[in-house]
Design a protein around this ligand. Structure first.
Ligand code: SF4
Length: 121
């Protein structure tokens, strides 16, 4: 099987082709112009992960929401489930940059943390 992906490890965006055996082994990676692209393509085909950046609702703050991000990479197939949890979460003002808004989301070991302040009203 052949999988064509765009490497997003840097802005070059190289088109990378991965040959995958029936048992899932990676036979070859071509089209990448550096080692990072090889590593990215292999990870994308075996254990794809994504970072998440979104907002969490804030009660009693000068803003209704505070921006947040995952403190690490999350499994790609759990992103939608993570978003449901984050959308249902609520923080109480004041929120400080770095505050953990959702701890160990979906038992991934990754926290969702505030990326800005939200003072109380
Ligand atoms: S293969 Fe290397 S140069 Fe190309 S996009 Fe990926 S990291 Fe950038």
């Amino acid at each position: 099987m052949q999988k064509n992906i765009i490497c997003v490890a840097c802005p070059m965006g190289c088109a990378v082709t991965v040959e995958i055996a029936e048992n899932g082994d990676i036979l070859s990676v071509t089209g990448n112009t550096c080692k990072r692209g090889d590593a990215y393509a292999r990870a994308e085909c075996t254990n794809p992960v994504r970072s998440l950046a979104t907002t969490v609702k804030v009660n009693g703050g000068i803003h209704n929401v505070v921006p947040c991000k995952s403190a690490g990479s999350l499994p790609k197939d759990k992103i939608m489930e993570c978003m449901k949890i984050i959308n249902a979460a609520q923080a109480e003002a004041p929120v400080s940059l770095g505050d953990v808004l959702v701890s160990n989301i979906l038992d991934t070991g990754v926290d969702i943390v505030a990326t800005n302040h939200c003072p109380a009203k």
